[in-house]
Design a protein around this ligand. Structure first.
Ligand SMILES: [Zn+2]
Length: 330
């Protein structure tokens, strides 16, 4: 059970400092109260062992169940299935707060123990806040990918940052425009300002948005090389099926090889050499122009005569979804 202890150890190390800062800031009141645990069975049969504080949140239990279902459905839609049969979901209350502010994901301590997601929820968080937050889908995306050594944390976070909004837009939880707006706005934070690659990166922008840029470029290149037969989504699905989920430790080379072999390319390995081991600064202005994504105030407009407009539509568009009706749309 070495594998799992070491995966857990790395995660603990990665999050301990953030935890400490969080507790200094928010000190969740409910920690003194005895929480209750309910087992929810999602529509696909996934069991969620949901631990909630005794004190109720501002929203009903139905809203919380709908929130879990709709985010699980987004992940299921992107990956073809939910990554694990069982998940422990711990909701911690943050007294007096209106936001859903922080989350983390840990592997199970053994192969069979379910992974655990913890989300910190403000006691005054509204139904709108549950609908708006990206946190649960982000954490659920972490479940789909094996645990890597600490220096490759950017790939784990990059995948969660890139996939989460696409999965939510595919299932109608957010707009397609908001996906491209956030990518265009935030990816500059991931561009290197020195000669270092992504391996061992420790600043937020490089880890999350540098990692997301890797995913976007991988997606575009796989689609180009395979004449749109395959995508990054296919590679990620194959990695989940062949290499395992968060409960398994894997080497980055093995994982990238599995993704490449599933789509019949060497795109992931080649891009890793370029961005993981060295500083890579693509011309983002040119890239957005070719995708037909143009900033317009607090959103974007799409140019359908752009050379890669159809690729952009294929990366992220609404699909007929089994999620509809789980959270009523306003
Ligand atoms: Zn994350």
């Amino acid at each position: 059970m070495n594998l799992h202890n070491s995966a857990l150890g790395r995660k603990l190390l990665a999050y301990s400092l953030t935890f400490f800062i969080f507790f200094l800031t928010f000190a969740p009141a409910s920690l003194k109260d005895k929480p209750t645990t309910t087992t929810l069975t999602l529509r696909d049969g996934t069991k969620v062992l949901c631990e909630m504080p005794k004190e109720p949140f501002a929203v009903s239990k139905e809203v919380i169940v709908g929130w879990i279902e709709s985010n699980a459905c987004a992940i299921r839609t992107y990956y073809g299935k939910f990554p694990v049969p069982q998940l422990a979901l711990v909701l911690r209350s943050v007294e007096g707060s209106s936001s859903i502010s922080y989350g983390n994901t840990f592997p199970g301590k053994t192969l069979k123990e379910p992974p655990r997601i913890t989300i910190f929820v403000g006691t005054n968080a509204s139904e709108e806040e549950f609908r708006r937050t990206w946190l649960l889908a982000h954490e659920m995306t972490h479940l789909t990918f094996p645990s890597l050594e600490r220096e490759y944390h950017w790939l784990e976070e990059g995948i969660a940052t890139y996939v989460e909004p696409i999965a939510r837009a595919m299932t109608g939880l957010i707009s397609v425009e908001s996906v491209w707006y956030d990518l265009q706005k935030n990816i500059p934070r991931g561009i290197p300002d020195n000669d270092s690659g992504l391996d061992g990166a420790h600043d937020f922008g490089r880890i999350y948005w540098g990692g997301a840029l890797f995913c976007l470029l991988a997606d575009l290149e796989i689609r180009r090389v395979t004449a749109n037969k395959h995508s990054f989504q296919d590679a990620l699905r194959a990695i989940m099926h062949r290499e395992g989920t968060i409960n398994t430790d894997r080497d980055i080379a093995e994982v990238l090889r599995a993704g490449d072999s599933a789509v019949g390319t060497t795109v992931l390995a080649t891009l890793y050499e370029k961005m993981g081991k060295a500083a890579y600064k693509p011309d983002m202005g040119k890239l957005w122009l070719s995708l037909g994504v143009e900033r317009s105030g607090d959103s974007v407009v799409f140019r359908d005569n752009a050379p890669l407009a159809s690729v952009r539509r294929n990366i992220c568009s609404r699909v007929a979804s089994p999620c509809s009706g789980i959270i009523p749309k306003r």
